[in-house]
Unconditional design. Structure first.
Length: 453
């Protein structure tokens, strides 16, 4: 089967939502008419003036940086009216919905004064995000906003996925594993009883922009202290996240505040509300043993057969569940298969949302087996394991690098067994290393989302 053709059995291409999902789409249609949420929007400064001028003529002259700050911080409603009244007294009486709309749309965002401009490092990325609207035939309301994408995973794999996806859509949410028990995250988890922040930090760093602000803050949060004292090995971002958690007593609010500081192009959420442990059944020389902990699962000699979580029925993050249910696309991988990707399927409420969502589901396969966790795994073996851990979960698209062409027949069969189709594309880094190239991956995902592949 040619990966550019339609799906097996004549099923509609993922570029246009099928009839079986239209009821869910219709129920969300009113909500989907909203402008894209900050910080993904990139509209002209003139657009902001047009939004405000019917209510407050003086807003046409308001410094764009004031409006930018609303869009970046997410300030809406009464809070925005209070902020705005300093620049325009009449703004204190402005309808909250008008201000909310401007804040959500990200109008007049710094570095994007004119939509489509070729000036500035982020211009091409903004154009790509704008192009990721729904294809022709799906209705004006839906084409007026970017696709809503939820990416699942953790660690370096999710970092690669988010680095690509932030170039494609302004409606991006990362749902991140919270089972890390090693390094800085493990120490903070044991000492303070908090969620392990490391994978969440990496996701936030991946969502930083390519401008000086984004690149600088990405380096800052990833920086690790080197010393002979207690700070040795701690990442700055881990400490920042945990500090906000302690101050706000709310993990989601803390992550949102860090995202605002970084100017993150998307939102980062934990997959569960409590720290988790991974238990794995590991086979070595015909004997199966059970090991506990993410580090142990990744490093114990042998072949991982299956995983489970402790506690077995953890509370899911409500915002993560809502994001999955409302998504147009849910993206699994790449990443550590047993310790970053599959754990999401073991959180019952989140797994239910993954089964019930009206969105499309896409798996981005790893470029190579991971030593210590998936040694000897073929590409199709990854899909077989996914199917075993999530019976009945339909995967609509499987994306693999063209280098697996030698396994194509078996990989197509594995994709079809999950209910989907295979897309092969050059998404690996040009230097031959087993990592994805963010811009190549972004281009291919954009084409898939728009029904061009």
């Amino acid at each position: 089967m040619n990966e550019l053709d339609g799906e097996p059995g004549g099923r509609a291409h993922p570029g246009t939502p099928p009839g079986r999902r239209m009821a869910q789409v219709d129920r969300r249609e009113e909500d989907r008419d909203d402008p894209p949420s900050a910080p993904g929007g990139c509209q002209a400064k003139a657009d902001t003036r047009d939004l405000g001028s019917p209510v407050c003529p003086d807003l046409a002259e308001m410094d764009a940086e004031v409006v930018d700050s609303w869009a970046r911080s997410g300030v809406t409603g009464a809070g925005a009216r209070v902020l705005g009244s300093r620049a325009c007294p009449d703004l204190a009486e402005m309808d909250a919905e008008v201000v909310d709309s401007r804040a959500r749309s990200g109008a007049a965002r710094t570095g994007a004064r004119v939509a489509g401009s070729t000036a500035g490092a982020g211009a091409s990325d903004a154009a790509l995000r704008d192009a990721a609207a729904w294809p022709a035939g799906t209705g004006n309301a839906r084409r007026a906003r970017p696709v809503r994408v939820v990416a699942l995973g953790g660690g370096h794999g999710l970092h690669a996925s988010l680095s690509a996806l932030r170039r494609v859509t302004g409606e991006l949410t990362a749902v991140v594993t919270v089972a890390d028990d090693g390094g800085s995250s493990g120490r903070l988890r044991r000492e303070l009883g908090v969620l392990p922040p490391g994978d969440l930090r990496m996701a936030l760093a991946a969502l930083c922009g390519d401008d000086d602000w984004g690149e600088t803050w990405s380096r800052v949060v990833q920086h690790r202290f080197r010393s002979e004292g207690e700070l040795h090995g701690h990442a700055v971002g881990n400490l920042l996240i945990v500090a906000l958690w302690e101050l706000l007593d709310d993990p989601v609010a803390g992550l949102d505040w860090v995202g605002r500081l970084l100017g993150a192009h998307g939102r980062v959420l934990p997959m569960a509300s409590v720290p988790l442990d991974i238990e794995a059944e590991v086979e070595l020389d015909g004997k199966v043993t059970v090991v506990r902990g993410q580090v142990a699962c990744a490093l114990t000699p042998g072949s991982v057969q299956a995983i489970s979580l402790v506690p077995a029925d953890p509370p899911a993050c409500p915002e993560a569940v809502s994001a999955v249910r409302d998504a147009d696309w849910v993206v699994f991988g790449p990443g550590s298969w047993f310790t970053s990707v599959l754990p999401h399927l073991k959180v019952p409420e989140l797994a239910g949302a993954l089964h019930d969502t009206g969105g499309w589901r896409l798996v981005t396969l790893n470029l190579a087996p991971q030593p210590g966790e998936t040694d000897g795994f073929s590409a199709e073996k990854h899909l077989q394991v996914l199917r075993e851990h999530a019976p009945g979960l339909r995967i609509d698209v499987v994306l693999a690098d063209s280098r697996v062409a030698g396994e194509r027949d078996e990989l197509e069969k594995a994709a079809e067994a999950l209910g989907g189709r295979l897309v092969l594309a050059d998404v690996a880094a040009a230097d031959g290393s087993p990592r994805h190239d963010a811009r190549r991956l972004a281009s291919v995902l954009d084409e898939i989302f728009r029904g061009k592949r």
